[in-house]
Design a binder for this molecule. Structure first.
Ligand code: SF4
Length: 218
């Protein structure tokens, strides 16, 4: 009995995440992420112990989803690119005939590149959490650190390193020209309207979704 990289949790079906495409959401371990974003919903809502679907269970689930008309499997997390068995799981989904999209925070360009080269996905949803610049004003540093780490108490270098890694991912994803690529930004109350506009203007090659912010209830 071999375990897949996908959590054994309810699989939501949605038309909204990839507009107009019937999609099902699978999750890698929600507890595994290298960021600690402001009001992260995935982490705050998960109460499980990390149990995963076996490949037999996954196969049954996928058969059912096919009957329901699901075309696209969206992989969310946690951060899916940190899951060591992700590629094996993606291969399985492709062999079953599904299109795949991976939702990523963009911090792992090396893995994103490998997945594209090995043709294991049909797109990525990459988070652009704030404008990706070479330098920030002190007030921006404070706000953006809070968005990424839920605290201002983080060295500037850490934030600048994040920016360089996401820029790299953005470029790799743009160049891939995969059909289900999308950039996403949450309308955090810590972002100004002009910062949101700036992000949209800088991701013109790929659709940009601005998603509403919902605070997590303590
Ligand atoms: S990158 Fe996603 S999963 Fe990770 S902390 Fe941020 S919102 Fe949560």
């Amino acid at each position: 009995m071999k375990f897949s990289p996908f959590l054994k949790v309810e699989v939501p079906i949605t038309f909204k995440d990839q507009p107009g495409v019937q999609s099902a959401l699978f999750y890698t371990d929600i507890r595994v992420c290298n960021l600690n974003c402001y009001h992260c919903h995935n982490r705050s809502s998960y109460r499980g112990n990390g149990e995963k679907y076996t490949y037999e269970e996954l196969s049954e689930k996928l058969e059912m989803l096919k009957l329901l008309g699901v075309e696209l499997i969206i992989i969310s997390g946690g951060e899916p690119t940190l899951e060591k068995d992700l590629k094996e799981g993606l291969r399985f989904l492709k062999e079953k005939g599904f299109k795949v999209r991976i939702d990523t925070n963009g911090t792992n360009p090396e893995v994103v590149k490998e997945i594209i080269e090995e043709k294991l996905t049909d797109g990525f949803a990459v988070d652009i959490k704030f404008p990706l610049l070479e330098e920030y004003a002190p007030t921006q540093l404070k706000r953006f650190k809070t968005i990424l780490y839920s605290t201002e108490d983080v060295p500037d270098e850490k934030l600048y390193e994040y920016v360089q890694r996401v820029k790299k991912t953005k470029q790799i994803v743009e160049e891939s020209k995969l059909p289900y690529n999308v950039f996403r930004t949450v309308r955090y109350p810590l972002l100004t309207e002009s910062e949101l506009r700036f992000i949209s203007e800088n991701v013109k090659s790929i659709p940009h979704q601005i998603n509403p912010f919902y605070p997590v209830e303590e």
